[in-house]
Write a protein that binds this ligand. Structure first.
Ligand code: FES
Length: 139
């Protein structure tokens, strides 16, 4: 199948297809849509730490291991790749995708209110520790 045929038959071109879920080490981070542009742009929008330089498939700086799933390339990658690697700067997910990137610092998708409440609570505790002690003067 040629590259242009591959993109024409891509699930994102089917309005009834499910948007691919991108997971980082098991954590769901994003639901990929055409508005994201490349996989790299989508990951950066979610504050995922990923190194990049050329952003055009040439240097290989963004090379990432794919744990499961497949990608389609927007432009032909010029950097050498193993079968289990992708270049997020010039590809998009073809199906649900799991990457070997750390979800640390990323805005991960949470499934329940309890999880969210717990992380908010943790954040408040962390903020309280950062605030310097102030003397309270009462009348
Ligand atoms: S940033 Fe250079 S190949 Fe992706």
């Amino acid at each position: 199948m040629t590259k242009s045929n591959q993109l024409k038959s891509h699930p994102l071109n089917n309005p009834f297809a499910k948007a691919p879920i991108v997971r980082l080490q098991g954590q769901p981070v994003l639901l990929f849509t055409p508005q994201h542009g490349s996989l790299l742009q989508a990951l950066e929008a979610k504050k995922v730490r990923i190194f990049s330089e050329c952003r055009s498939g040439f240097c290989g700086a963004c090379k990432t291991k794919v744990l499961s799933g497949r990608v389609s390339y927007l432009t032909e990658p010029l950097a050498d790749l193993n079968a289990d690697e992708c270049l997020p700067c010039c590809c998009i997910p073809s199906e649900d995708l799991e990457l070997d990137l750390s979800p640390e610092g990323a805005a991960v998708v949470t499934y329940s209110c309890n999880t969210r409440a717990q992380s908010t609570s943790t954040r408040k505790t962390a903020n309280l520790k950062a605030v310097p002690q102030q003397e309270v003067i009462e009348d």
